[in-house]
Design a protein around this ligand. Structure first.
Ligand SMILES: C[S@@+](CC[C@H](N)C(=O)[O-])C[C@H]1O[C@@H](n2cnc3c(N)ncnc32)[C@H](O)[C@@H]1O
Length: 418
């Protein structure tokens, strides 16, 4: 893939841009095999799922710098490396599909019309300096998500609620200039810290969710995405991930499933089936609310009715939920799709021995682990020797970088079940 920002040294986020795409995928396969082969003897490796090389990112997390009159939407870059960071315009980044790139023109104009002064985001040196005290501006980030249908969710991360009235005033103009806009919200992050978002979210449009229709179930699966909910970065590869999960889960046909770290419910809703009990557990209440909207919508259709009656979602910490559960409720199959840190020792130990020793007939027989970090996946697998990978598949969710997703189905070794 060609990128003029990379060539000019303005952005180096795509660390593998100079490596041919097929070589990127082969290198990732080597990487994951090196980590998992010793832990997965006899596992069946499916061919990797590849991605479009560009235009695959469904969301942009942009820093806003510059001025009210001339905002710069992109990243904080430094050229040369020891220079003070300055804003780099990345609105034509080739990782974004056209519908996302085209949103930035009207959004830059919104910044000017609503007088949203870009916030000074340059890193603080030392603790509190006179410069910190003088930090000014309101607009920190622009978070834009595009659906497969080309609709947009736009979130403005602001230092305070002060500009909200002006944004409401200019919303009709924005809706006319950017007809694809489905959801506009303000996230308030008063702190000057690395955490991108704050807790307060104010939705300014009538619509509160972005429908993401994936080619997963017959007729498609429309997941509803509220602000503050995680969604997989690469829509096509996410659909392939859920399809693969469903194929493996349906093949072993568990009567009960937990989807831990369920987000907006992609795995839980895909793996639902008539007579199967499915419980999604997720820490973000907004993501749980999103999943519930989708569940209710599916239940209202003929094709979803029978499958959805057994599906529920709850907001909780995944580890606390598992460790606090009644042994009689332990399901036959547990899906885990944690953040990069992995599931960690407590949950891994619980899965290994759940709930009272690996020989307990109520231990989950299968675990479906979807990981965006094979290093933490390998650490977690080391703690679960009774659960052996039987199938493994790499899905290239993040072309041009070293990152990838890996899905593996684990089955409790027969000896441990005796
Ligand atoms: C990699 S995402 C996966 C989401 C979902 N499975 C999907 O396919 O989109 C990880 C999810 O874990 C959630 N999460 C983070 N920490 C958690 C915790 N301690 N307990 C439960 N969920 C957590 C995040 O909010 C996020 O939605």
């Amino acid at each position: 893939m060609q990128c003029h920002h990379y060539d000019a040294g303005r952005c180096r986020s795509c660390t593998l841009l100079e490596v041919a795409y097929p070589t990127q995928v082969t290198d990732k396969e080597h990487h994951v095999r090196e980590l998992l082969d010793p832990l997965a003897p006899g596992a069946r490796w499916l061919p990797p799922v590849t991605s479009a090389e560009g235009g695959f990112r469904n969301k942009a997390k942009m820093v806003v710098t510059g001025t009210v009159e001339e905002p710069v939407i992109g990243i904080l870059g430094a050229l040369p490396a020891d220079a003070a960071p300055t804003g780099v315009d990345l609105t034509d980044c080739p990782l974004y599909p056209p519908a996302l790139q085209e949103a930035f023109g009207p959004l830059a104009e919104l910044v000017t019309r609503a007088r949203l002064q870009p916030y000074d985001l340059t890193p603080a040196r030392g603790r509190v300096t006179p410069r910190d005290a003088a930090r000014r501006g309101e607009l920190k980030h622009l978070l834009v998500t595009v659906s497969p249908a080309g609709e947009l969710m736009v979130r403005l991360v602001l230092r305070s609620q002060e500009p909200v009235a002006r944004l409401r005033k200019h919303l009709p103009w924005l809706q006319a200039s950017l007809p694809a806009l489905a959801v506009l919200s303000v996230n308030v992050q008063p702190e000057h810290k690395a955490v991108l978002e704050g807790d307060v979210e104010i939705v300014l449009t009538d619509r509160e969710t972005l429908p993401m229709t994936l080619d997963v179930l017959p007729g498609g699966l429309t997941l509803h995405l509220r602000p503050q909910s995680f969604f997989q970065t690469n829509t096509d590869v996410a659909a392939a991930l859920y399809r693969q999960a469903k194929e493996w889960v349906d093949a072993v046909a568990p009567a009960s499933v937990w989807d831990l770290y369920s987000g907006v419910g992609g795995f839980a809703l895909t793996c639902a089936a008539p007579g199967r009990r499915v419980t999604g557990i997720e820490i973000s209440a907004e993501a749980v609310a999103s999943a519930q909207v989708t569940r209710a919508e599916l239940e209202a259709t003929d094709r979803g009715l029978a499958a959805m009656t057994g599906v529920r979602f709850a907001a909780a910490d995944a580890t606390a939920f598992a460790l606090g559960s009644d042994p009689a409720d332990v399901p036959e199959l547990v899906v885990v799709n944690p953040p990069r840190r992995g599931i960690g020792p407590e949950l891994a130990d619980w899965l290994e021995a759940a709930p009272a020793g690996g020989r307990n007939p109520r231990s989950a027989r299968w675990v479906l682990y979807s990981s965006c970090n094979a290093v933490t996946l390998a650490h977690d697998l080391e703690r679960m020797p009774s659960l052996r990978p039987t199938q493994v598949r790499l899905l290239d969710m993040f072309p041009q970088t070293r990152h990838y997703e890996v899905l593996t189905l684990l089955e409790r070794a027969p000896l441990e079940r005796a």
